[in-house]
Design a protein around this ligand. Structure first.
Ligand code: 5RP
Length: 236
């Protein structure tokens, strides 16, 4: 039995429930996103599995793996799969074009690998996540630990070219840097309004210390938007 703590949880659950009903079928191999929205969805999926749904999922983080195990959702190793049918995952922000900022939970690298390994990636979001312009949520960028200050310096140069002035900040958990499931650091970039996400995204590849960035452009085709009253809409 799911126990939402607030209205936002109810909206997240509504999105997950609608997405499972719309996209998951017997004998599918699917991607399981990370973050609270995805974790509600995985718990709901556990209920469906107990009711007879045959499905197996690739988790996008160690945290999601733990939730899936607890919920009784069968798991797969991505190495044993050529292509996943569909991945459901939540955003920190999503615009009406389906472009997202992800990585608030530091899982963006595995999330992007799994999304790209899927025929279809569906964004599941409560209605507070919809924005006109991406960037109010700080853009997370995963960087290798070696020379990370130098990588930040190069990021600043790139941001200056795009007119951004804020300094990327190393994410910390207490006194120590946050370390991702792949052993890297996260820097958060307070860009406020990203006018040209499609032009900015590929530019991160020019910086060797950047492992991956949290701009997901051209990846999600559909958005399932959940509301606190338990309803949800699918937008294509
Ligand atoms: C983790 C993520 C999450 O999917 C994102 O932060 C959304 O989380 P939530 O559903 O808790 O708002 O990208 O890296």
């Amino acid at each position: 039995m799911l126990q939402p703590k607030n209205e936002q949880d109810k909206a997240k659950i509504a999105a997950g429930r609608k997405a499972i009903a719309t996209y998951f079928r017997n004998d599918m191999q699917v991607g399981l996103g990370s973050g609270t929205t995805s974790h509600w969805m995985v718990r709901l999926l556990g209920e469906e599995v107990r009711n007879g749904l045959r499905i197996a999922g690739v988790p996008t983080s160690n945290a999601t793996r733990a939730v899936a195990v607890e919920a009784g959702v069968p798991l797969l190793d991505l190495n044993d799969v050529t292509e996943l049918e569909v991945t459901l995952d939540g955003p920190d922000e999503v615009d009406r074009e389906g472009r997202m900022i992800k990585g608030g939970g530091a899982c963006l690298l595995w999330e992007k690998i799994v999304a790209r390994a899927s025929k279809r990636m569906v964004c599941i979001a409560d209605d507070s996540k919809i924005v006109d312009t991406l960037g109010r949520f700080p853009l997370p960028i995963e960087v290798v630990q070696f020379g990370w200050r130098n990588t930040v310096h190069q990021l600043r140069r790139l941001f200056t070219e795009f007119g951004f002035t804020e300094v990327p900040i190393l994410r910390r958990g207490g006194d120590t840097p946050v370390v991702t499931d792949s052993g890297n650091y996260i820097v958060d970039c307070h860009l406020r309004a990203i006018g040209e996400p499609d032009r900015l995204a590929p530019r991160f590849n020019e910086i060797p210390g950047v492992v991956e960035h949290g701009l997901f452009v051209g990846i999600a085709r559909e958005i399932v938007i959940g509301h606190a009253d338990g309803t949800a809409d699918v937008e294509v």
